[in-house]
Design a protein around this ligand. Structure first.
Ligand SMILES: Cc1ncc(COP(=O)(O)O)c(C=O)c1O
Length: 308
């Protein structure tokens, strides 16, 4: 936290923290995987690049270089002996004043947990039940959807609460044009034959790093890829639909508002892409090894997590 390793219980913020009141923070969600007893962080450079871009949108200057953050993330993993983990860098406006036009200090912290299940085993294996949310995705002209900013997640939160309340696994948000934007915390892919299609920032989405990885992996697997508008009808008529994001990786969709999608979930293309993704993230596909940032974690003797 701000350049020091601090124990969880002491990593607190003042009540007047600007970000607590107005959501003026930006963050990343990153995963590391256990590979050969080490932690392999998936696409760290891409995540850090988005982190700095998001901060810039909200006028925050992260007072550490990407190299320093990379070093710090490695330190957090090593000290906590983490290999399979979820890593959350956050930069947020500090506590000097609550004025909306104020420029507070930019506070920076990195949290990490052992990897946890983000979706139920049932959804992962047999496909999620998706519903069109009554909440629209905010338009990029209201808040830039390409920034991963704290306050922007109230929209995802409302959509997810509503979907859960109605008994669905995931919420699909339409944009203000009525086309598909994305799910609450994942991007959307539609498969027809041997072609994968997804949308881009013109549809008011966060440009997911998993989405980008899948576009590259799909081409490598010999599939066609298209980027353009997606409609609800495209999803209903698709051979396969899947969601993707750092936390859930690749999540097949079994049904949309009760109507079955395709013949099976996961369908064969989704299963093949998932296989390719699994090989890439575990270092089993040498052509994607440049996506992995290795941190020797296991077996390294360090002091207690609270030591500096
Ligand atoms: C709104 C939103 N869309 C898409 C994604 C997927 O992005 P990524 O693949 O970079 O995790 C996320 C998760 O970060 C998200 O919060």
């Amino acid at each position: 936290m701000n350049g020091e390793f601090t124990p969880w219980a002491e990593s607190t913020v003042p009540l007047s923290t600007h970000a607590l009141h107005y959501g003026t923070g930006v963050f990343e969600g990153i995963r590391s995987y256990a590979v050969d007893g080490e932690a392999a962080i998936f696409r760290l450079d891409a995540h850090l690049a988005r982190f700095y871009r998001s901060a810039e949108v909200y006028g925050m200057r992260i007072p550490f270089s990407p190299e320093q953050l990379t070093e710090a993330i490695g330190g957090v993993l090593r000290r906590n002996r983490l290999t399979d983990s979820y890593i959350r860098p956050i930069a947020y406006m500090g506590a000097e004043t609550l004025g909306i036009r104020a420029q507070c200090s930019t506070e920076t912290a990195i949290l990490a947990w052992p990897q946890m299940a983000h979706v139920s085993e049932q959804s992962r294996m047999r496909g999620a039940r998706l519903t069109v949310s009554p909440y629209r995705k905010f338009d990029a002209r209201m808040m830039p959807t390409t920034a991963k900013a704290c306050g922007q997640y109230l929209n995802s939160r409302l959509a997810t609460m509503d979907a859960s309340r109605r008994g669905y696994d995931e919420a699909l948000l339409l944009n203000i044009d009525g086309n598909v934007a994305e799910a609450a915390v994942t991007n959307v892919f539609v498969v027809n034959g041997r072609t994968l299609r997804t949308n881009d920032e013109k549809s008011s989405i966060l440009m997911g790093i998993t989405r980008d990885s899948i576009l590259q992996l799909a081409a490598g697997e010999g599939f066609g890829t298209e980027v353009g508008i997606l409609t609800v009808d495209d999803l209903k008529k698709a051979d396969e639909v899947f969601l993707c994001g750092t936390a859930c990786e690749i999540l097949p969709v079994a049904e949309l508002d009760g109507a079955r999608i395709g013949k099976s979930a996961p369908g064969p293309v989704t299963a093949q892409i998932r296989g390719a993704f699994d090989r890439a993230k575990t270092g089993a596909a040498p052509e994607w090894n440049h996506w992995l940032h290795r941190v020797p974690a296991a077996g390294i003797q360090v002091g207690a997590a609270s030591s500096k």
